[in-house]
Structures are given as C-alpha cells and as structure tokens.
Design a protein around this ligand. Structure first.
Ligand SMILES: [Zn+2]
Length: 131
C-alpha cells in the first residue's frame, strides 16, 4: 500500500522530532496532504495507527489537513485553485492533466497539491528538566 510507505517516513520524522525534544509521548500530529497525492485519509490514519504501535507516538491524534491544488498559469498568469469535477480524484494511474480555469491553457505549473508534509506535532516532555 502506497499509504504505508508514505506514512512510514512521516512516522520516522515524527519520532525524530520527538526524540530531539526529549519527549516522552507524542500527543498530536498534523499533516498537510495535497489532494493530488491520491492518498486516502482513512488509509493514512490506519497506517499511522499500525506504524506507531509500540512507539512513543502510539495513540497520538492524527489530523490530516487537505491541501487544494493550486496552479500558476504561464500564459495568463492566473494563480489560484483549479476546478475539477467530482469531490475527489482517486485515479492514480490516470495522467494528470491540469488546465488553467481562466484561459484554458495547459501550460500551468503546480504550486500546491502534491505535498505530504508534517505541519506540526505536539509532544509531552517530562517536567524534570524545566527551569
Ligand atoms: Zn491561463
């Protein structure tokens, strides 16, 4: 499953960050996921639960923030969201054809929509080191 390999690197990054803060527990993980990554949020949550088992991130809350695709048109310099039919696109094998909603040009560059990044984590740090 694609979600598992993606989530594995997310979990690694979470645990690295938690260790660098000498955290004893990870409470919350926020993820920004572009809609064009074709990652299924339910599958991501499931992968997160499985992959954090036995780690300090076990039981942490996972919040997935969906990022709408954003383009910049090279022809008319339109910048903004793209419109596509349907609620979501889950056709990873279909070629990704993006058109400018303003002038219809195919010469667009993608500014957002393919990311899968950690936006924040909240951890619990043992109090003994305070002050
Ligand atoms: Zn355009």
């Amino acid at each position: 499953l694609h979600e598992f390999s993606v989530m594995q690197s997310v979990v690694d990054a979470v645990l690295d960050a938690a260790r660098s803060k000498a955290a004893s527990k990870v409470l919350l993980v926020k993820l920004r996921v572009g809609e064009l990554t074709f990652l299924n949020p339910e599958q991501l949550k499931f992968a997160f639960e499985v992959l954090t088992q036995g780690t300090i991130a076990e039981g942490a809350e996972l919040i997935i923030e969906r990022v709408k695709p954003k383009v910049k048109c090279i022809k008319c310099s339109y910048e903004g969201e793209i419109v596509y039919e349907g609620e979501e696109i889950h056709i990873p094998l279909a070629p990704l054809i993006i058109r400018c909603p303003k002038c219809g040009s195919y010469e667009v560059s993608l500014l957002a929509g393919r990311e899968c990044t950690l936006s924040s984590i909240r951890v619990e740090v043992p109090r003994l080191k305070e002050r």
